[in-house]
Design a protein around this ligand. Structure first.
Ligand code: DHB
Length: 480
């Protein structure tokens, strides 16, 4: 009963590289994308509270017809036994395990994260695999061909969403209630799925992949520490962390210069977003640090209320109001140095490092790289610094791939269908990207009328799927 959609490896060996496009010509037709409700096994999971959940497992279901990588382009679906086969109301919790913009296998539910909990809550769980920058196949002449460079990961995940919609009549649950969840690069994928639904920019890729003919918008997006807005993340990082330079953050002379130049370039971008505070006034580089502080103060207050430890050197200013300790303010420079004292920062430029002050390539340099395995610069700043050519330009084809990987570009795009509900978390100790990155996403979404539950949880480093009670209370509130 296994679906044998694997690519015939041997046929690769006898094909020249120029025949690659034909290698993917429709090994299956769209009928092969129909879900088979009979093809399941019975499994169970025991959760941390000792409860055992029994569920039906539908595994290794290929979600595209033109499979380029049989190790990743399939999904698993898990349906709790108490969900009736005829059910058409149960939400579908779609968890991606993408990290570091690398390939992610389709996993089984885990008792240690939101997937196990989702089953316990009675939701259907879908875990798609997807190609990342490291995915490759072997060409006829024995060369590696990289198949997972941007936007492949997103295309695979969109294809998975399309599969669920295409089979909504056969798969129990409600494909109009898909809630995506991911952490870091996976959080970025969740944000992209939530902002780019059905946008024609992705159609050629989805068509080429042989994705099902169905919509790919989602109902809600859960984004833990999303690593997004890669074109501006270097600037944002230096703009925010500049006060730590030379203090907690030792930098060489050239790195200091890079940091300054990037930081100085950020206000123009920030101001171009035309963000607004919740009560209406514009947010600019002049009041933005104060705005960041409101989230940190809120975070510290919650920690105080829950009797969490707030160390002396975190820069929190307390006052006692009616016998209760209240967080009055935060000294932002002290707080930033406190973060850096816990974990060294990335060196500038934090994301687009290749060839700049002799840094290695980052996951992001690889993400935007090409099929031959080369990684590339994706910001004008780093490209010009790396090449020494102040006139250097980003290739238009690359520019397009960069643009379609940034959810910020789609929040106000009329041609995409957005998720209505957003749950965005970025740990108050997370230095993998700077606070403005998730704050801008949350603010732009709020300004555009979407419902956003956003926080910088106290003492959290770069991690996800925590405080599951809070997360699943939120999911209950938006699905009932
Ligand atoms: C991830 C972390 C990073 O710091 C980064 O630059 C990209 C991805 C991750 O954990 O997925």
């Amino acid at each position: 009963m296994t679906r044998l959609y694997r690519l015939p490896i041997a046929s690769f060996l006898i094909m020249g590289i120029s025949f690659f496009s034909t290698a993917f010509a429709q090994p299956n037709d769209e009928n092969s994308l129909r879900f088979d409700p009979q093809k399941c096994t019975q499994k169970e999971i025991t959760l941390p509270n000792g409860e055992t959940i029994h569920y039906r497992a539908y595994e290794r279901i290929y979600y595209v017809t033109n499979i380029e990588d049989s190790a990743y382009q399939f999904l698993n679906i898990y349906i709790p036994d108490n969900v009736d086969p005829t059910d058409n109301k149960t939400p579908i919790f779609l968890r991606t395990y993408v990290g570091g913009y690398m390939s992610a296998a389709a996993m089984e539910p885990s008792k240690n994260d939101a997937t196990g909990r989702a089953l316990q809550e009675g939701y259907i769980v879908c875990i798609p695999g997807s190609r990342g920058w490291d995915a490759s196949t072997m060409t006829a002449d024995g060369k590696k061909r990289f198949t997972g460079r941007a936007p492949a990961t997103l295309i695979d995940l969109k294809a998975a969403v399309r599969y669920l919609r295409y089979n909504d009549d056969l798969i129990p649950g409600d494909a109009e209630k898909i809630i995506t969840d991911g952490t870091s690069a996976g959080g970025a994928m969740s944000a992209l799925l939530g902002t780019t639904g059905n946008h024609p920019d992705y159609d050629p890729y989805l068509h080429r992949a042989g994705a099902a003919n169905a919509r790919d918008d989602i109902f809600a997006a859960v984004c833990f520490c999303p690593i997004i807005d890669l074109e501006h993340a270097d600037m944002a990082y230096e703009w925010m962390y500049r006060p730590t330079n030379g203090n907690e953050r030792p930098l060489s002379e050239i790195q200091r210069k890079i940091s300054e130049e990037l930081a100085n370039a950020y206000p123009d971008y920030l101001n171009s977003l035309n963000l607004k505070k919740e009560d209406g006034p514009p947010l600019t580089d002049k009041n933005y640090l104060e705005y960041i502080k409101t989230f940190l103060v809120e975070s510290a207050q919650k920690a105080k209320d829950e009797q969490e430890d707030i160390p002396e050197n975190a820069g929190i200013i307390l006052m006692t109001k009616k016998g209760k300790e209240t967080v009055k303010d935060i000294q932002i420079d002290r707080y930033l140095n406190y973060i850096v004292s816990k974990q060294a920062l990335k060196t500038p430029p934090a994301f687009d490092q290749q060839g700049v002050s002799s840094e290695q390539s980052t996951p992001e340099n690889c993400l935007f790289g090409d099929v031959s395995g080369n990684s590339v610069n994706f910001t004008l700043y780093s490209l010009r610094r790396a090449t020494g050519n102040p006139q250097a330009k980003i290739d238009p084809e690359l520019q397009k791939r960069i643009r379609i990987m940034n959810p910020m570009n789609y929040v106000q795009e009329p041609q995409s269908t957005k998720a209505s509900y957003w749950y965005i978390r970025h740990g108050a100790l997370d230095r993998d990207t700077s606070f403005p990155v998730p704050i801008n996403l949350a603010t732009l979404l709020r300004n555009s009328g979407y419902s956003v539950d956003f926080a910088l949880p106290w003492n959290r480093p770069h991690t996800g799927d925590y405080r599951l009670d809070e997360l699943f209370n939120w999911i209950r509130s938006i699905t009932q």
